[in-house]
Design a protein around this ligand. Structure first.
Ligand code: SF4
Length: 365
């Protein structure tokens, strides 16, 4: 343990074994030391500000059937919705007027010319209404390269496409046969080629997942030169097949999930240093102060929900998602208070681009 911390403090290059050791740390003192180190690196590399990304969950219609997800296509218990174009654009304008600086448009995966065109129109309108001053992240799943390029040209800047796990065998266990990790990896390559600020992420504490898998996920982020990370603990959803599939072989322990989620943030910050890392809502589902704990473990991005409360009940990827009945204004006030309480400031009216991306652009010629 001492050797690990000596290495972390001296800045010597860390190995896969070091990551495994970090992710296996237990005990209050050790975790405190890990989070403090990660927090210091965050301050040095990306500053002590939390950046807000107002998120609009614009549709829960999805063509995919991931075994862990509450809005998977086979879940007949969900009331499906697709927000109207005007409603999305007006909500985006609200995000801009709140001085958030950045917006995320997220939905289940839909691949059709109609959907591509709708998003394109929405992006153009948002750009016009906000004088091109809002940074826009898309999180709309696997699409072809031409679609990615059209959306980039229409006003998007960043794209988040989570791989959920870099372990191919584990990916197969969590998805139906026709969900192919190679297509997902190719989509990440396409996003990079197209010119996006590229984000990915994983689920933490999945059934059958080992700390070695999580260490490999961090190595994957490094190897792919990823700019932004959005990852959170696995939380079961009652209307999905995964809890039944793993009954008897997986003990869901919320405290373990929370600690593993925080350790993963800290290890990723220590290893990758200058990327943006989100403190995701799933952390808050496990602990009332989960998102603040994420910031204190090395995350620097928070995504206040800007979606109208009428849709939130229908956009639950996992059980116990917080803030379902808080309107967007309440979310803003609540999160601002939470961030300021831990002594951080919020980068209002700032884009908060990933420093890793900024450096990547500066050296790309
Ligand atoms: S995880 Fe994403 S792609 Fe999979 S079912 Fe849920 S929304 Fe669809």
């Amino acid at each position: 343990m001492k050797a690990l911390f000596d290495k972390v403090y001296s800045g010597i290059k860390l190995t896969r074994d070091d990551l495994i050791e970090m992710l296996s740390l237990e005990g209050e003192e050790n975790l405190k030391a890990l989070f403090e180190r990660a927090y210091r690196i965050k301050k040095e590399e990306v500053g002590g500000k939390a950046y807000f990304r107002g998120i609009i969950e614009l549709s829960n219609v999805c063509e995919k059937d991931c075994y862990y997800c509450g809005i998977r296509k086979s879940n007949t218990q969900v009331r499906r919705f697709l927000m109207g174009e005007d409603e999305i654009i007006e909500t985006a304008q609200w995000v801009y007027e709140q001085n958030y600086g950045s917006l995320v448009l997220q939905a289940g995966e839909m691949r059709s010319p109609k959907f591509t065109e709708m998003i394109e129109r929405v992006l153009k309108a948002i750009r016009q209404r906000t004088d091109d001053k809002l940074r826009v992240t898309l999180s709309l799943g696997e699409q072809d390269e031409e679609t990615y390029a059209r959306w980039l040209a229409a006003g998007a800047h960043r794209y988040l496409l989570r791989i959920e796990t870099s372990n191919t065998q584990l990916y197969k266990r969590l998805h139906p046969e026709d969900h192919d990790i190679d297509i997902r990896l190719e989509s990440l390559d396409a996003l990079r080629r197209t010119g996006y600020q590229v984000g990915t992420g994983v689920m933490i504490g999945l059934p059958y997942q080992t700390v070695e898998d999580l260490a490999d996920d961090i190595l994957f982020f490094k190897q792919r030169d990823i700019d932004m990370i959005g990852m959170g603990p696995y939380i079961p959803h009652h209307d999905t097949p995964l809890p039944d599939l793993v009954e008897g072989v997986f003990d869901y322990d919320p405290e373990r999930q929370l600690n593993l989620g925080l350790k993963m943030i800290a290890a990723t910050r220590i290893f990758l240093r200058d990327v943006n890392i989100a403190a995701t809502t799933a952390l808050q589902a496990l602990h009332a102060k989960g998102r603040e704990m994420g910031l204190e473990a090395g995350a620097n991005v928070i995504m206040p929900n800007a979606t109208s409360t009428q849709y939130r009940e229908s956009y639950q990827l996992y059980d116990g998602k917080p803030c379902l009945d808080e309107n967007s204004g309440q979310c803003r006030g609540c999160l601002q208070h939470r961030v300021e309480y831990i002594g951080e400031t919020i980068g209002f009216d700032e884009w908060g681009d990933s420093p890793h991306f900024v450096k990547r652009m500066a050296t790309s010629g």
